[in-house]
Design a binder for this molecule. Structure first.
Ligand code: PEP
Ligand code: MN
Length: 283
């Protein structure tokens, strides 16, 4: 076996848990989100506000991202905020608004679950359940996600290795649900100029090790609005099956993550560029 100077085998691989492993299941898994197929030939764009704030905000934003070509609408009703004094989300009221905009636009919705006690209620509204970065290590929640009957968007823990990320996905599969999309959203490093360090090398690595679809979140991955288009394009070029991005009809007024949210016009422009990248790589 070829080795590098420090004697680490170049093609060394750690053991990958069985249910998520591509060695065990070589075919790509396609995750069906109410008819939208993630992990197939088409690159799928998920877009919408960080948090559902009001009827006007979610309708204006949802209609616009649909026209620009988004296939799934995102929006948090229960928000994991660092400060207990920050906007925590509209709760069930936010879920009702998401169902209304889904009815109008036909876009399936993905929203975050933070607590096992809310899984049943949120699954009743959402087309896809999001497990956020802070909860990737929440094993009771991962087990519930395995039993919830909805596809799951699993975000990488901000301090999780690839192995830990895949083991978290394994929990969901082990508990009966193989409809899992992996999402690279940046990890914490010594770098402070960006909110996180977006680990795009995770995309080919995860695709190599696992059959699950992989998407990228360049919004949380950078935390900087003007960097989002560059990293979105790079993620598609690196082989991601899709993107999840924060878009707001008035980012300056956003109650959550406005600094990394694209305006409606910026999103529309980026979608045109992404089409060209997808075409260039045969998708
Ligand atoms: C989000 O997508 O709304 C979110 C909170 O992201 P993360 O869990 O990646 O921080
Ligand atoms: Mn956010």
């Amino acid at each position: 076996m070829e080795t590098v100077s420090c004697n680490i085998p170049v093609d060394m691989e750690f053991p990958v848990p069985s249910r998520v492993s591509r060695k065990i299941n070589p075919e790509n898994t396609v995750v069906n989100v109410s008819g939208v197929k993630v992990g197939g030939p088409e690159v799928i764009i998920i877009a919408g506000p960080c948090a559902v704030e009001s009827e006007e905000q979610v309708f204006e934003t949802g209609r616009a991202v649909k026209i620009s070509g988004a296939k799934i609408l995102r929006g948090g009703a229960f928000k994991p905020r660092s400060s207990p004094y920050s906007f925590q989300g509209l709760g069930e009221e936010g879920l009702k608004l998401l169902s209304e905009i889904r009815k109008e636009t036909g876009l399936p919705v993905v929203t975050e679950v933070m607590d096992t006690r809310q899984m049943e209620m949120i699954s009743g509204y959402a087309d896809m359940i999001q497990i956020g970065s802070r909860n990737m290590h929440n094993y009771p929640l991962l087990k519930e996600a395995g039993m919830c009957g909805k596809p799951v968007l699993l975000k990488r823990g901000m301090m999780a290795t690839i192995e830990e990320f895949l083991l978290a996905a394994e929990y969901i599969l082990h508990h009966g649900n193989n409809q899992v999309v992996l999402c690279e959203r940046g990890i914490r490093t010594f770098e402070t100029s960006t909110r996180n360090t977006l680990d795009l090398s995770a995309v080919p690595m995860l695709k190599h090790l696992s059959h699950l679809p992989v998407i990228v979140d360049p919004s949380h991955g950078t935390g900087v609005r003007w960097m989002v288009p560059a990293m979105a394009k790079a993620a598609i070029a690196a082989g991601a099956d899709g993107l999840i991005m924060e878009v707001h009809y008035n980012p300056e007024k956003a109650l959550c993550d406005g600094q990394q949210s694209l305006s409606l016009d910026e999103f529309a422009g980026l979608m045109t560029d992404l089409d060209k990248i997808a075409l260039a790589i045969g998708r």
